[in-house]
Write a protein that binds this ligand. Structure first.
Ligand code: ZN
Length: 159
């Protein structure tokens, strides 16, 4: 496939997630939640997660607003994380960040998420794509009573 054809395919995948987001909404009884914001672009996401006693992500949903990349990435992230153990989900966050920052290829299990690799060409949009994943990390690691809102603003970007 040519680069241009690949770009078109990636754009189609992203637009599909933007127009028909998966797992959108709020959950009735989340065991963890987190808010994220990317003030540079105006992207926002609220993430609800239900973990079972073994730490498996049995349900996940997001609400958000912002650019197509941030919302498509949120939709894709929820599809990826559903059904996974917490450790695997956190490893997924790391793999996604390495793809975004260092250009490392993603495993096959990430599927369509590969479509976000094109965003690397636009450094300012990397924060849009990363927002959902940083917010997931926050939801899975922070204690509910001390969760600070996530921001992908420079001052708090750690990766
Ligand atoms: Zn954005």
């Amino acid at each position: 496939m040519t680069d241009a054809a690949l770009d078109d395919l990636y754009r189609e995948i992203l637009l599909d997630h933007y127009r028909s987001p998966r797992n959108r909404g709020r959950l009735d009884a989340p065991t963890a939640s987190a808010d994220g914001a990317n003030p540079l672009c105006g992207d926002q996401i609220t993430l609800d997660v239900v973990l079972d006693d073994d730490g498996n992500v049995v349900d996940v949903a997001f609400e958000g607003s912002g650019c197509s990349i941030s919302q498509a990435s949120s939709s894709m992230m929820t599809g990826y994380v559903k059904g996974r153990p917490t450790e695997e989900a956190l490893a997924g966050v790391e793999a996604f960040q390495r793809m975004m920052v260092d250009g490392d290829p993603l495993d096959e299990e990430f599927g369509d998420i590969e479509a976000l690799s094109g965003v690397r060409k636009f450094p300012v949009r990397v924060k849009c794509a990363s927002l959902a994943w940083k917010t997931l990390e926050q939801a899975l690691t922070a204690q509910a009573d001390q969760a600070d809102p996530v921001t992908t603003d420079e001052r708090s970007m750690t990766t």
